[in-house]
Design a protein around this ligand. Structure first.
Ligand code: ATP
Length: 251
C-alpha cells in the first residue's frame, strides 16, 4: 500500500447551500511536486484550507504521512510536518526580517518562552536565524522591517520561514502571484531546487510555472477534480481546455 505524504479523500466542503469542494480526492506520494490549477473560484484555496486544517470538511478525510488528521487543527498538523504559505503573505510587517525568522524558529522548538531561557539559547536562535537568512540570500536585509522589503523578497522570506520549520510537506499558495517576471523566475528556481525529501503541493495560476515545477497536475473546476496527470497529459486534455476556454469566454 502506498503511503501518501498528504491525501484528501472524498472531501466535500459545504458553505451554506454552496459546495466549494465536491467529493475531491487528491493523493500525493512522498517527494512529488503537484500543481493544483483551475479557473477562479474552482475551489483550490478551499482544498488547501482543508488539507492544512484551516477548515474542517463537511465530509471526507485528510491524512498526513499516513495519519488521519481530519480532526486536528492547523497547528497540530504543522507540528507533524506540514507547512504552508498563503496567497497574501502572512509576515509580521513591522518586525525585522531577522525577528520574523526568530519567532518562527522559536515557535518550532517551543522556545517561545524565550525570555525565561538562559541567554545561550537566545544566542543560538539568533545564529540559526542568520543561517536561514544566508541560505535564502536574505542576510543583507536581516535588520530591515519586512514592510521595507520588495514584494519578491517578501515571498522568498515566506518560503524561507516555511522551510525553516523543516516540513515534510509544503503547500505553496500561488508562490509567484504578483511578482515581476524576473522575481517569478527566481522563485521558480528556488522551488525547483527544494530537496526531494519534501513533498510540494502548489496552487499556481501561471501555467508555465505550474508545468515547469510539477510532476503531476490536478485540475479543479466548480469544486471537482476534472483531470489529473502529467503536465503534457493535462495540457492536451479536452476537459481542461474547455474549462479554461469557458473562463476566457466569461471574462
Ligand atoms: N468561507 C466561505 N464562505 C462561503 N463561500 C466561500 C467561502 N470560501 C470560499 N467560498 C467560495 O467557494 C468558491 C471556491 O473558492 P476558492 O477560494 O476555494 O477558489 P479558488 O480556486 O482558490 O479561486 P481563486 O483562484 O480565485 O483563488 C468560491 O465561489 C468562493 O466564493
Amino acid at each position: 500500500m502506498t503511503e501518501y505524504a498528504i491525501a484528501g479523500e472524498n472531501l466535500t466542503m459545504q458553505f451554506g447551500a454552496f459546495r466549494a469542494n465536491d467529493d475531491v480526492t487528491l493523493k500525493v506520494p512522498a517527494g512529488e511536486r503537484r500543481a493544483l490549477i483551475g479557473p477562479n473560484g474552482a475551489g483550490k484555496s478551499t482544498l488547501f484550507n482543508l488539507l492544512a486544517g484551516q477548515l474542517r470538511p463537511t465530509e471526507g478525510t485528510v491524512s498526513l504521512l499516513g495519519r488521519n488528521v481530519t480532526r486536528l487543527p492547523a497547528h497540530r498538523r504543522a507540528r507533524l510536518g506540514l507547512a504552508r504559505t498563503f496567497q497574501l503573505t502572512d509576515l509580521l510587517d513591522e518586525l525585522s526580517v531577522r525577528q520574523n525568522v526568530e519567532l518562527t524558529l522559536a515557535a518550532q522548538t517551543g522556545a517561545h518562552r524565550v525570555f525565561w531561557r538562559p541567554l545561550g539559547s537566545v544566542g543560538r536562535l539568533a545564529a540559526q536565524a542568520m543561517e536561514v537568512l544566508e541560505e535564502w540570500d536574505l542576510a543583507a536585509f536581516a535588520d530591515r522591517a519586512v514592510r521595507e522589503l520588495a514584494y519578491g523578497q517578501q515571498r522568498v522570506l515566506e518560503i524561507a520561514l516555511a522551510m525553516s520549520r523543516e516540513p515534510q510537506v509544503l503547500l505553496l499558495d500561488e508562490p509567484t502571484a504578483g511578482l515581476s517576471p524576473a522575481d517569478a523566475h527566481r522563485l521558480t528556481s528556488l522551488v525547483a531546487a527544494l530537496p526531494r525529501t519534501i513533498t510540494v503541493v502548489m496552487i499556481e495560476h501561471d501555467m508555465e510555472v505550474a508545468f515547469t515545477l510539477s510532476d503531476q497536475v490536478s485540475v479543479l473546476q466548480q469544486g471537482r477534480v476534472i483531470a489529473e496527470g502529467t503536465p503534457d497529459e493535462v495540457s492536451t486534455d479536452n476537459r481542461v481546455l474547455e474549462a479554461y476556454l469557458g473562463e476566457a469566454a466569461d471574462a
